[in-house]
Design a protein around this ligand. Structure first.
Ligand SMILES: *[C@@H]1O[C@H](CO)[C@@H](O)[C@H](O)[C@H]1NC(C)=O
Ligand SMILES: [Zn+2]
Length: 394
């Protein structure tokens, strides 16, 4: 992950300054104007249930998913790809890999994006994304770089989230299949389920030399191009009106939420895009309720992780090729970057267990509310028979 580079140093400083200057005016309440989707606010009891749901909270920063990911992951290194693949295969998600060969300053390299979709037949999706590669360095000891916050931890957080969401999504699928989808005021489960969740893990985010528009985000550039030229079949619901150009896979993305540089003690997340200010507010609200309920450990001086003001400009990352093609982006990246950024110190010791647990819980609340999942309903261990009995005898 690198800021966009400009050719001369004073220009770079100026650009950095602009990036860092928050817009003076506080954000107006633009929610109604841009909100494309209802958020289904969870009750405190739901949030408690969700926190206690499987998988259990992490007990260390180098076990489980993190233990598998905290190794150098640069350059045609498939061990980590295979691990990620095994996790999603076990969960039963649809897998798509997009292998391609890219020209880099150190020669041609094989890259592969990893894409997992809970329900590939759903017409729309929210994407949760992170990059799984670590920055490549030519010489020892720099080539031992791990990139714990960049972005092993975000990937591990996404794996934890997928494990948590899968049973809830399965149960909803089962309810809809058996004609028992939940239907209440302002909530039609069948309609809500038309937006599925897709996980995109990008390869080749890092530059091999210095960050430029051609030496960086190899996987994201490839995927955005691929999807732009992949048109939807005529049977697709988004294809009803004969649009020109015809809708492509890019049009099925409601939002792309990109996680990067997270997992250390300190995070400061700003909103960079007016149209997703409201998503930023929802994530902030998730954190506030978790804190209010005492369900997250807040480290010293870390109460506020979400800034109130929108940042002017942005930070160069995997979202850019999608942003430039009109996709709605929520960039969840710590600004300023972690102090260990692109140094050997960005290893397990840079991570904070309370911070990781807090992120996992924030993502659970945020995703459930976005996807309209209620953990208590979905987790109820009652069978249909029991429900019938309760109905008959109560
Ligand atoms: C790169 O991919 C090509 C096929 O596209 C394959 O023949 C080659 O062995 C791969 N190289 C490495 C190092 O994996
Ligand atoms: Zn990086």
């Amino acid at each position: 992950m690198t800021r966009l580079r400009t050719p001369s140093f004073p220009l770079l400083l100026l650009a950095l300054l602009l990036y860092l200057l928050p817009v003076i005016a506080r954000r107006e309440d633009e929610e109604s104007k841009y909100q494309k989707r209802d958020f289904h606010t969870l009750s405190n009891e739901d949030i408690r249930t969700l926190v206690e749901s499987e998988p259990p909270q992490w007990n260390s920063v180098d076990e489980g998913h993190l233990g598998k990911l905290l190794i150098p992951r640069a350059c045609e290194f498939t061990l980590v790809q295979n691990y990620i693949s095994s996790v999603f295969t076990k969960l039963g998600w649809h897998e798509e890999k997009t292998p391609f060969r890219g020209a880099t300053p150190i020669g041609d390299i094989n890259f592969t994006n990893l894409i997992y979709t809970f329900d590939p037949s759903a017409p729309r999706k929210i994407i949760l994304a992170a990059h799984f590669d670590s920055k490549w360095f030519p010489d020892f000891p720099a080539n031992q770089f791990i990139g714990a916050t960049d972005s092993a931890a975000p990937v591990a957080m996404i794996l934890d989230l997928a494990e948590f969401l899968t049973p809830l999504l399965e149960k909803r699928k089962e309810r809809i299949r058996s004609g028992q989808g939940i239907l209440k005021k302002d909530f039609d489960e069948e309609e809500v389920a038309e937006t599925t969740i897709q996980i995109v893990l990008f390869d080749g985010e890092e530059a091999f030399k210095d960050w430029t528009s051609t030496d960086s985000i190899y996987g994201a550039r490839h995927l955005a191009e691929l999807w732009q030229s992949t048109y939807l079949p005529s049977s697709h619901p988004l294809n009803k009106r004969r649009l020109s150009p015809p809708p492509s896979v890019l049009n099925t993305i409601d939002h792309l939420v990109l996680l990067d540089l997270l997992g250390n003690k300190h995070s400061m997340i700003y909103s960079y895009f007016r149209e997703t200010d409201w998503l930023h507010s929802k994530m902030k609200f998730a954190d506030e309720r978790l804190q209010h309920e005492g369900l997250v450990e807040v480290e010293k001086n870390e109460k506020e992780w979400f800034g109130d003001m929108r940042m002017r400009g942005g930070i160069g990352d995997d979202h850019l090729p999608f942003l430039h093609r009109g996709v709605s982006i929520f960039h969840v990246i710590s600004n300023p970057f972690p102090k260990v950024w692109h140094t050997l110190a960005d290893d397990a010791s840079a991570l904070s267990l309370p911070a990781l647990r807090r992120w996992n819980r924030i993502l659970r609340v945020f995703s459930c509310e976005y996807l309209g999942l209620e953990p208590s309903t979905a987790n109820a261990k009652r069978t249909n028979d029991e429900l019938v009995r309760i109905y008959l005898f109560s």
